[in-house]
Design a protein around this ligand. Structure first.
Ligand code: NAD
Length: 375
């Protein structure tokens, strides 16, 4: 991993919370990434995540630098939003000068947006947009409008990344010679896991297992994803009392050992450890979450010849969505965004697998080469 470009450290004066804003690269006078809040986040994790953002923007054909925010605090606590507000207030000078943070694990887009509004934070657009009145006006007008759209009952910003993960899984599975109807297990049922599950089901896959923070829900014949979504709360947790369909409930980590074709970590970091990688039965891993695989596990996955679509390709949906709409790279409609995402993600997966195969290297190493940021 390379050294971060800029690191800003924050200590809350009213709680034990601590946080960072890490800038890995700046392009077009701009850098962006998510803001995560949980009890395990640390500075090194935020640095790794910021680096992934830089690569993700290249893979998404967006001329933007990578950044990331992190707050160590329990997002279930009553005062979590107050803590987030104090963090954003402290970061205001950076946020008003080309660095922006959106939602990530433990934070929700509408909360981040609302608090920024309350604090009067006026974010800057990338230079190219700022200096082009037509693009700037369009961006101000079309982004709020398209954010109000839904697909299959999911808000656009809760839909796009998971949709892209499903497309990446489909492309990866087909390129490795997989047959239709493959069995899938997903960790995480929030924005990413929920919409990935829904779209994979639509594409004809059998989603047999979904894990959230409380447990794993399993049905060998395939889960009823719509029913699970209807029983999900805002934090991506399933309320079993609200479910109409049947499933087994198992330990939340059981998804890793299942005899499935495709594994999709779409929740937390470093969940695929060396030990887990040694026993994984799936032939394809698609990283819906950021940095879900430890470097030690990567070595095992490489040696075992398990195929992998790296995080910064599989989950580029959200960044590609905003950039493509703002920069007129697609129609500002849900279908326009979906077509654009499908193009970009299928092409990136194809390029990565082809390069890896041609040079006899691991897919992640191929992607590090193909999508290396200039800065
Ligand atoms: N939301 C996006 O657009 C987006 C974009 C790119 C990458 N990501 C990455 O995807 C991951 C998930 O993001 P999200 O927005 O879906 O988060 P979210 O907060 O909406 O949902 C998180 C889900 O993970 C579950 N979870 C948390 N800890 C768990 C554990 N230990 N075991 C099993 N499940 C657990 C939660 O119960 C919930 O279902 C993160 O790594 C995030 O950085 C998100």
């Amino acid at each position: 991993m390379r050294d971060p470009y800029v690191v800003i450290e924050w200590s809350d004066r009213k709680s034990e919370a601590k946080g960072w804003l890490v800038i890995d690269s700046i392009r077009d006078e701009f850098a962006a990434g998510g803001l995560r809040m949980n009890v395990t986040v640390n500075r090194e994790e935020v640095e790794r995540l910021a680096q992934v953002m830089s690569y993700k923007y290249v893979a998404a054909e967006a001329e933007i630098g990578g950044a990331k925010g992190g707050i160590i605090y329990d997002y279930h606590k009553e005062d979590a939003l107050e803590v987030m507000e104090r963090y954003l207030e402290a970061m205001k000078p950076y946020l008003e000068n080309g660095i922006t943070v959106g939602a990530d694990l433990g934070t929700r887009a509408e909360d981040v947006r609302r608090i920024k509004q309350k604090l009067g934070i006026e974010e800057k657009e990338p230079k190219t947009i700022r200096e082009n009145p037509e693009l700037a006006a369009r961006s101000q007008e079309v982004i709020p409008k398209i954010l109000k759209e839904t697909v299959e009952g999911l808000d656009m910003d809760r839909f796009v990344t998971g949709y892209g993960v499903a497309v990446a899984a489909d492309e990866g599975w087909k390129l490795t010679g997989g047959t239709p109807g493959a069995a899938v297990a997903i960790q995480g049922f929030g924005s990413v896991g929920g919409s990935a599950a829904l779209w994979l089901e639509k594409l004809g896959y059998k989603v047999v297992a979904i894990a959230d923070i409380k447990g794993m829900y399993y049905n060998e014949e395939g889960l009823d994803i719509r029913d699970l979504l209807d029983a999900r709360n805002k934090l991506g947790e399933v309320d079993l009392d609200k479910m109409k369909s049947r499933c087994q409930v198992r330990d939340r980590d059981a998804w890793l050992d299942l005899d499935v074709d495709i594994l999709i970590p779409a929740a937390v970091e470093d969940v695929i450890t060396r030990e887990a990688a040694e026993t994984i039965k799936a032939g394809l891993i698609v990283e819906g979450a950021n940095i879900p695989t430890t470097p030690e596990a990567d070595e095992v996955i490489k040696q075992r010849g398990i195929h992998l679509v790296p995080d910064f390709i599989a989950n580029l949906g959200s960044v590609c969505f905003f950039n493509s709409v703002e920069s007129c790279k697609c129609e500002p409609t849900p279908q326009g965004v979906m077509d654009r995402l499908e193009d970009v993600i299928r092409r990136d997966v194809q390029k990565t697998f082809a390069y890896a195969s041609e040079h006899g290297i691991y897919a992640r190493d191929a992607a590090w080469i193909l999508f290396k940021p200039e800065m």
